[in-house]
Ligand binder design. Structure first.
Ligand code: ZN
Ligand code: ZN
Length: 277
């Protein structure tokens, strides 16, 4: 099985803890063939954090790492754009002027720049935050200048910290509307394994949404650990592949120069990896 991790953060993200070389070394140790560096480019009101992303530095480090790990690991240049549709001029300029292989689009913040991870969730406000979140994801989907949407049901990760379960499929029509936009535009979703390491204990999105996406005709799907530490690289990737396979997918997607390529999920390798746990 061709294993890869399409969501990783280095020190070039505000919340990253390890450099690209440490990430690559652990990727190789974990048996990955390919990783994509997706540091945060986080547009927000006042645009304060945007300046912290240094594209030049990112590309120079990727180029150095490609030389260092040549023949051992394929390193793709990606970026995780936070709510790019709210500040489209910054994000568009970035991706139009740099040779990214892969652009991940994420909804982290509300239009007033409050991060969905910074609010307090209660049984009373949960539904209103789920709807707010879905509005931002819909705007992102309509913006369309990315390849995949990151952690589709991200609010679940945060609500779980308050022992609450945010079930986006309670708003099935809205979820369907967003997934159909992605499918029509040839965009995909990622299965983000960070939830497996956190309170929710599930991938983002969860199995039901992955299966719903498939039922609606979704084909483009990728996997990422959302590692902010080198030690989290590849974590949960094989579990995610099993979940994706169970949801009816037979292919995963990887990218070069923003062009998708399908990689067959090998039944045998998945079964073997489960047996080896
Ligand atoms: Zn994210
Ligand atoms: Zn991330």
């Amino acid at each position: 099985m061709y294993l890869f991790d399409y969501h990783t953060h280095t020190l070039n993200s505000l919340d990253g803890h390890d450099d690209i070389f440490a990430l690559c070394e652990n990727a190789i140790a974990q048996g990955l063939r390919e990783i994509t560096i997706t540091d945060h480019f986080e547009s927000s009101l006042g645009n304060d954090q945007y300046l912290r992303y240094n594209a030049k530095e990112t590309f120079s480090q990727i180029s150095e790492a490609r030389q260092k790990f040549e023949g051992k690991l394929i390193i793709k240049a990606g970026v995780e754009l936070g709510q790019p549709h709210l500040f489209p001029e910054y994000s568009l300029k970035l991706i139009e002027n740099h040779p990214y292989d892969y652009v991940l689009g994420s909804a982290h913040r509300m239009p007033d720049s409050v991060d969905f991870g910074e609010v307090e969730y209660t049984a009373e406000n949960l539904s209103s935050y789920c709807l707010k979140y879905l509005d931002v994801v819909k705007g992102l989907a309509q913006w369309n200048h990315f390849d995949c949407v990151g952690h589709f049901d991200l609010v679940k990760r945060y609500a779980a910290n308050y022992q609450l379960k945010a079930q986006l499929l309670d708003y099935k029509e809205r979820v369907a509307e967003i997934l159909k936009i992605l499918i029509q535009n040839g965009k995909g979703i990622e299965v983000n394994t960070s939830g497996l390491r956190q309170s929710s204990g599930e991938c983002l999105p969860d199995f039901d949404i992955i299966r719903f996406y498939r039922q609606l005709g979704g084909e483009i799907i990728t996997v990422g650990s959302d590692a902010h530490w080198a030690s989290d690289i590849a974590k949960g990737i094989e579990d995610a592949i099993e979940i994706i396979h169970n949801a009816g997918f037979r292919y995963l997607t990887i990218y070069t120069n923003r062009k998708p390529r399908m990689v067959k999920i090998s039944n045998q390798a998945v079964i073997l990896s489960i047996g080896a746990k």
